[in-house]
Design a protein around this ligand. Structure first.
Ligand code: UTP
Length: 291
């Protein structure tokens, strides 16, 4: 079955970015000139997704508005003959791509957020993308496209993983894999001494609809939340699921340092800004050295 639906859980509180996220969504934080959520949406569309399902909460209106038509703005740009900008605004979503929104009334965890999308996903395999994991692969396919190819080839669910330093395992879901990359065990946020490996789950998944049954039945897990990891731990008892070390650079934009690095690196690569940005940064560092 084709992967045409993607779920974007965007209902978290984003406390690590307060006060920026007090009244506006973390997913609308901007890297160079695009909000985080747009990077994730573009990656999904490039992978063949047609139905975008956003799991939202209060104070997330800006996300709905971003993917909706803005008549006033388009009229204004048209009147002022700002054609390039008009195209930018009009092309945020290509034709044939639909948006649907469902509310998570309480931030009960990522697993719970995914479960909220069940009525819209139905009985088919689907992707999950966490916009705060920005994955850049300028010279090749996006991470989700690579995973979709694996899904067709291996005919099973796929979870993106990346090696992390051992001291950081407590911040991730960590997987233990067999030789064929199928997942044997998955643990949420283990301490380094208890971690089965250093392969960390990052925010891209292709899951089968059976995950919903497990999400409905698991108890509250780490941090008092319904954890997607715990449901996956049950799913792998009956289904093959592979861990996929995608190609590309991942920036943890849920964290201030990761977010700043994403801006720094993507600004350097920007075709219009890049050169000037690098010159300014160099000049600034020289100045600091001579102080
Ligand atoms: P995080 O663990 O980064 O949580 O969620 P958060 O609330 O967004 O941020 P902090 O830790 O308070 O700073 C990972 C992803 O899961 C979504 C978030 O929106 C983010 O995309 N999420 C998390 C939900 O949609 N609902 C939840 O209940 C929890």
């Amino acid at each position: 079955m084709e992967i045409t639906k993607a779920v974007f859980p965007v209902a978290g509180l984003g406390t690590r970015f307060l006060p920026a996220t007090k009244a506006s969504p973390k997913e609308m934080l901007t890297v160079v000139d695009k909000p985080l959520i747009q990077y994730a949406v573009e990656e999904a569309i490039a992978a063949g997704v047609k139905d975008l399902i956003f799991v939202t909460s209060v104070h997330k209106r800006a996300i709905e508005d971003h993917f909706d038509k803005n008549f006033e703005l388009e009229y204004n740009l048209e009147q002022k003959q700002k054609r390039e900008l008009l195209e930018v605004v009009r092309n945020i979503l290509p034709k044939g791509v639909n948006c649907a929104y469902v509310r998570q009334r309480e931030a009960l965890g990522l697993g719970h957020a995914v479960l909220c999308a069940k009525p819209l996903v139905g009985n088919e395999p689907f992707a999950v993308l966490l916009a705060d994991d920005l994955i850049s692969n300028p010279t090749g396919d996006g991470a989700l496209s690579q995973m979709v190819a694996q899904y067709y080839y291996q005919k099973c669910g796929v979870i993106a993983v990346q090696n992390v330093p051992k001291k950081d395992t407590g911040s991730y879901g960590i997987v233990k894999t067999r030789q064929d990359e199928s997942i044997e065990a998955i643990v949420e946020k283990p301490k380094p001494e208890k971690a089965p490996s250093t392969k960390a789950v990052v925010g891209r998944y292709i899951l089968t609809p059976e995950i919903f049954t497990h999400l409905e039945n698991i108890p509250t897990g780490a941090g008092g939340e319904i954890q997607l990891t715990d449901a996956i731990a049950r799913l792998i008892k009956t289904q093959r699921l592979i861990a996929y070390p995608f190609e590309g650079v991942r920036y943890d934009c849920g964290d201030k340092l990761g977010f700043l690095m994403a801006n720094f690196e993507l600004a350097k690569q920007d075709p219009i800004l890049g050169e000037k940005f690098i010159q300014r940064v160099k000049a600034s560092m020289e100045k600091d050295k001579n102080r």
